[in-house]
Design a protein around this ligand. Structure first.
Ligand code: PMP
Ligand code: GLN
Length: 379
């Protein structure tokens, strides 16, 4: 049997979460919130389920959710995508990313990926006949080296995949980053697939700038988002893609044969829930408290780190503590210290081991405090 993805195994998230469960460890590995969503949202789902909204929704998503999402985009990002032709509801950002890559990538096309990169990008590119071209982010703060990106563009480059706020580093793009990309796109005509699942999780007043808000990028970008991330319901697997009309048309041709449509009662619930902007505008403050608590606690451990500026992840370096491979350290921490994390070598194409691990701090205060207690024992 010839595998289409010979070097891909089970994702690190499934591996580490299972290891955490088996070891009865605190699971700060896979990124999912350890607390409940707003009961109002949960009740809305129950209501619409009981009212019988349980059959297929329209392929592109229910009109009410597309419209309110466009209004939310206007409020938070200053532009109003056409709900009819530019907004599609999908089964999670993972689907949005896959369909976007599939819509643009032709056999032999190069797609630029900035690494460390979320692990679903590469298989999406290779399954669609594309060639991922990796550009490392700057070591230290994980900012983008625009000179390197620019020199990686060839006549075969079709698109670039970007992610801000960034998983795993938490780097949040600046206005300069957005302008540099816009200049590149204008000059070369490449397309952009923008993973913005952590759009509402930024700290210290730093704004998230959606690429859709830039007039040049708007014409060339698939903005991929996740309601699961935003409303602490990752298991619901519901997200969206905003793209210009012609590209949304191509995107929908694929979406309709990957999943066809997305879970109906949850779409109705989200459409009603999003009517109150405070419900998403309050998220940065909510997570800021967790980021602050976690980084204060970490400063009392032996790890070296810079506080995360976005997402619900914190990277820490243990280079000065141990020469152990990051996968081995993650396994030992899970089994012995009973705190699970993600080794970040898995986010690099060459599995480069910089002795950095990732913690997810989207957890209850008590769980974070207990994890920090255990981490302070590591010398
Ligand atoms: N992109 C990034 C950077 C992520 O961390 C995740 C994990 N949620 C996803 C995409 C996938 O999002 P979803 O669960 O909505 O498919
Ligand atoms: N995005 C999550 C993370 O980075 C995991 C999602 C998944 O398990 N596929 O941890």
């Amino acid at each position: 049997m010839v595998s289409k993805l010979p070097h891909i195994g089970t994702t690190i998230f499934t591996v580490m979460s299972k290891m955490a469960t088996d070891a009865e460890a605190i699971n700060l590995s896979q990124g999912f919130p350890g607390f409940k969503s707003d009961p109002i949202l949960l009740d809305l789902v129950a209501k619409f389920t009981k009212e019988g909204m349980n059959q297929y929704s329209p392929m592109q998503g229910i009109p009410g959710l597309r419209k309110i999402l466009a209004e939310k985009t206007k409020l938070t990002q200053g532009y109003f995508p056409d709900p009819e032709t530019e907004v599609t509801i999908v089964s999670g950002a993972t689907e949005a990313l896959f369909c976007a890559v599939s819509a643009v990538t032709r056999l032999g096309d190069e797609v630029i990926v900035l690494e460390p990169a979320y692990d679903s990008y590469e298989p999406a590119i290779t399954l669609n006949g594309g060639i991922p071209v990796y550009i490392p982010l700057n070591s230290g703060d994980f900012s983008v080296d625009w000179g390197k990106v620019s020199s990686a563009i060839t006549y075969k480059t079709r698109a670039i995949m970007v992610n801000s706020p960034h998983n795993p580093s938490g780097y949040v793009w600046t206005e300069n980053d957005v302008n540099q990309l816009a200049e590149l796109v204008e000059r070369t005509g490449i397309l952009v697939i923008s993973d913005e699942v952590y759009e509402h999780i930024t700290f210290d007043g730093k704004p998230h700038i959606s690429l859709g808000s830039h007039p040049v990028l708007r014409e060339k970008t698939f903005v991929c988002g996740s309601f699961g991330k935003t409303f602490h319901v990752t298991g619901w697997k519901i997200g969206y893609c905003i793209a210009p009309k012609t590209w949304s048309l191509e995107f929908r041709k694929i979406h309709q044969y990957v999943t066809f449509s997305t879970v109906t009662p949850i779409q109705f619930a989200l459409a009603e829930y999003l009517e109150v902007p405070e419900r998403y505008l309050s998220i940065p403050d909510f997570y800021q408290k967790k980021r602050d608590l976690f980084s204060l606690g970490l400063s009392k451990t032996e790890f070296e780190f810079t506080p995360s500026t976005g997402s619900f992840f914190q990277l820490v370096s243990y280079r000065h503590l141990s020469t152990m491979a990051d996968r081995t350290l993650a396994e030992r921490m899970t089994k012995e210290l009973k705190v699970a994390c993600i080794p970040i070598s898995v986010f690099y194409s060459d599995k480069r081991d910089d002795k950095i691990i990732r913690f997810c701090f989207a957890k209850e205060e008590s769980e974070l405090n207990e994890a920090l207690n255990r981490l302070s024992e590591l010398h």
